[in-house]
Design a protein around this ligand. Structure first.
Ligand SMILES: Cc1cc2nc3c(=O)[nH]c(=O)nc-3n(C[C@H](O)[C@H](O)[C@H](O)COP(=O)(O)OP(=O)(O)OC[C@H]3O[C@@H](n4cnc5c(N)ncnc54)[C@H](O)[C@@H]3O)c2cc1C
Length: 377
């Protein structure tokens, strides 16, 4: 690699202009893989490589590690899963952490993890393309940022590890009348606390884990939350028989087929939280684990929102037909005034926009870790 670095024509290339007339600096040859993203998956990959003596370079678009957790999550967030399912390899959580660590505890754990393994991501580098150059047998990874917005930096390497997560881009629905609505419309990535919504009628769109938890947070701050539940959803208690529902399910799956575990989960849920359809939360035909396996849709682990729905503090509405200046018309024809709308409509990956696989002779394989999705080429 060192010999290549000295003799390779790439390294002697001068700054040139690309198709969009942006300047491309001298390519940087990287020994070992480039890891794109410094979330939990990227940090874990870099630490494991380092432990085997393999150097790597992490490129991160934001100016901090774990940007999803640091910049895009609400204050009251705790891990939804017990800590043993979310810790990174080679370094467990501190023993005094609670079973469900807070967001701040998780972030401090990740920061200590990065310090311990001396991981030093290059911040402010957004990968805009990663393409395999079959002529030279290298990956060309291009980034923008780093203080010069129009300058493109190019990195060359033999391996690329994609660790940009499933939550890179906010999904924003296109609802009729959105421009007419005069109150704020905020995605959950921009929601920190319900403090500024005190006394306000707030409509939360989307009933995944985030939507349900934001509703609960709004209750804490004396707002009047409503929840749009357009599709069917599985709501399960966070714990069953004194164990986490997730942990119990994983344990049962070692012995029983998915459908039997699903039946068990639904029976327990029925006994513990009753028939959720009575409150507007109808269950899908497939069981929770089968649904997750086939569609990727995660069941909601209830941490108290259901009680607020049962008590009437949180109102459940069907899908939205259109927005008006101060109100919302629902698909069943009802119209209700609202002061603000929070979109708990989730995220999607940004990988298809920059990972070019046309010239790639290497087959893409993927590995999933418990705390997210780690894909490697
Ligand atoms: C509200 C919420 C609660 C959650 N709770 C849990 C939980 O309890 N347990 C659990 O296991 N999971 C949970 N998750 C899922 C979460 O996705 C994972 O915890 C974890 O963050 C995934 O790690 P990751 O490294 O794969 O992706 P991310 O954490 O999303 O990290 C990806 C990194 O890549 C960077 N990046 C993205 N695009 C580019 C680019 N083009 N160039 C350079 N850098 C880029 C991003 O800035 C980011 O830092 C939760 C998610 C949310 C939104």
């Amino acid at each position: 690699m060192e010999g290549k670095r000295v003799n390779d024509p790439f390294t002697t290339a001068k700054t040139s202009k690309n198709d969009n007339n942006c300047s491309v600096g001298t390519p940087v040859c990287v020994l070992g893989p480039i890891i794109i993203g410094s979330g939990p998956s990227g940090l874990a990959a870099a630490a494991c490589l380092k432990a085997k003596g393999v150097p790597s370079l992490i490129l991160e678009k934001e100016n901090c590690i774990a940007s999803l957790w640091q910049l895009k999550t609400y204050d009251r967030l705790r891990l939804h899963l017990p800590k043993q399912f979310c810790e990174l390899p080679l370094r467990p959580f501190p023993a005094d952490f609670p079973n469900y660590p807070t967001k701040q505890q998780f972030i401090s754990y990740l920061e200590r993890y990065a310090r311990h393994f001396e991981l030093d991501p290059v911040f402010g580098r957004t990968v805009v393309s990663a393409e395999f150059d079959s002529g030279y047998g290298f990956w060309r990874v291009r980034t923008v940022g780093g203080g010069q917005p129009e300058a493109i930096a190019e990195y060359l390497c033999l391996w690329v590890i994609v660790a940009t997560g499933e939550n890179a881009v906010e999904v924003l629905p296109n609802i009729e009348g959105m421009v007419e609505f005069e109150g704020p419309i905020v995605h959950t990535s921009g929601y920190k606390t319900g403090e500024c919504f005190s006394g306000k009628k707030v409509l939360v769109v989307g009933c995944g884990n985030s939507g349900m938890e934001v509703c609960l947070d709004l209750c804490t701050y004396d707002a009047q939350p409503s929840l749009v539940v357009r599709d069917s959803v599985h709501v399960l208690p966070q714990e069953m028989l004194g164990r986490s529902t997730f942990g119990l399910s994983m344990w049962l799956l070692k012995w029983l087929p998915v459908r039997m575990v699903d039946r068990f989960l639904l029976l327990m849920s029925r006994m513990m939280i009753g028939d959720t359809a009575r409150f507007g939360l109808t269950r899908p035909d497939l069981g929770p684990i089968e649904l997750k396996n086939t569609t990727g849709k995660t069941p909601v682990l209830d941490i108290g929102t259901l009680e607020q729905i049962k008590s009437g503090k949180i109102k459940v509405w069907p899908g939205i037909k259109r927005l008006k200046s101060h109100s919302v018309e629902f698909v069943d024809g009802r119209i209700q005034d609202f002061d603000a709308i929070i979109l708990a409509t989730g995220y999607k990956s940004n990988v298809p926009s920059w990972l070019k696989l046309e010239n790639c002779r290497i087959r893409l394989s993927s590995a999933t870790n418990v705390s997210g999705t780690l894909q490697r080429t």
